[in-house]
Design a protein around this ligand. Sequence first.
Ligand SMILES: Cc1cc2nc3c(=O)[nH]c(=O)nc-3n(C[C@H](O)[C@H](O)[C@H](O)COP(=O)(O)O)c2cc1C
Length: 193
Amino acid sequence: MVRSFDATSVDPRWLDDACATALWAPTAGNSAGVRMHTIGADLVTAYFERATDARWRRESPRAPGLSRAGAVVLVTSRPQDYLARYAEPDKASSGLAARSAWPVPYWHTDAAMATMALLLLLDEAGWSSTLWGNFRHDRAVLEWIGAPDESLFASVLIGRPDGQDHRSASLDRVVPTRDSRVRRLEVSPERTP
Ligand SMILES: Cc1cc2nc3c(=O)[nH]c(=O)nc-3n(C[C@H](O)[C@H](O)[C@H](O)COP(=O)(O)O)c2cc1C
């Protein structure tokens, strides 16, 4: 993740194509309920006015660097598409026609899959980015982009690094190693059905 950019713009047409490519990511039941809303450099300031509050823009040491992003992609999903899809005859036995029935809401899963694909495509093309989670202001952002009935999954801020990044405190956390997070199941006779 890079959180300070140098204001280089991302070509809007290239970005739209990259998003369409990212949407080849798996989608549950072929529901195709993820949308990517691309915001060019000229609208990044307007985006931050909706996505943040005035105090954050004034006081956060990251605000200036993030505001120099060359584009933003808002990844949204449409839960209603998944409820409708899983109510169709070939999926009805799943019992997932009601939103409360989903142990794993696949609209978030699909949004994450497509987002990861986009992050990889951006990296491959030499762009840096950061994933901004959604935990406030999502209603205002969704109204602004004209998608009030969608769920905002995350924003991907894209640009060229300017070397003035404020290191994330998250990186100083002591976490289990990646190797230790891979667990190989040892097959034992007791586990064999
Ligand atoms: C679901 C999710 C939400 C995140 N939200 C934020 C965020 O709001 N702001 C931010 O600066 N980084 C955010 N990140 C980035 C993480 O902080 C980052 O991936 C993590 O600290 C590991 O750093 P690295 O990706 O640079 O290795 C988010 C990542 C994920 C997967």
